[in-house]
Design a protein around this ligand. Sequence first.
Ligand code: ZN
Length: 254
Amino acid sequence: MPRYAIISDIHANLHALCAVMEHALQQQGCDCVACLGDIVGYNAYPNECAAYIRSLQCPIVRGNHDEEVCSTDWGRMNPIARQAMEWTRSQLEPDHLVWLSRLPYQKLVDSRFTIVHAGLDQPKAWNYIINADDAGASLQRQFSPICFHGHTHVPRVYRRSNGLRAEEDSEARATLAAKGCVCIRPEPACKYFINVGAVGQPRDGDPRASYAVYDSDEGCITIFRIDYDIASAQQAILAAGLPAFLAERLTQGA
Ligand code: ZN
């Protein structure tokens, strides 16, 4: 099987996407990419990020922002998200909109692993998986040993052994926080539901971009945190007239 870069929640942050892809392709030797959605929204480069992801011709699923930008039903969104959505919609080339509107909700890749943006139990409901019980509901509907997801912008590793409750791999969380990367070696008796974190808008207090490399031949999934040019991404947000809060939160990783 190829060596996959698993990326999620790019959110039109071209600086972060380029830094992650350089790391994945140049340093990690990835030869394939899988994308878990939310390509647009919040940051200043929706067309560039859509074009980049499309050029990869990789397995991809839709995120809620990809879906919402194709509608104009934004009544339930908070004002900042809505302002960003209106700006993104005004910028996006029609061809990218059509492409986003056709993305599937979930996908089995190479008959080996599944990708979904939120949860497998109700992928169209965009529920946030924030604990092991949430993950357990998704794991009930997971028919591959490994599923990658995003949506919360927080990297987490959940697993379930046969007949047992789902649990979070808290050791993986601690190692990632301490070292900026963590390698998970899946056990054959477990299923894994892994959030790879966000490329373009991390929300776990670490402003570095997050993504994973999956090499099934090595039997290893590694989550990495990657430095990128946050200042330039922030300048682009302000220059575009997007809300200043969207620039500030990139520094905080929140
Ligand atoms: Zn997102």
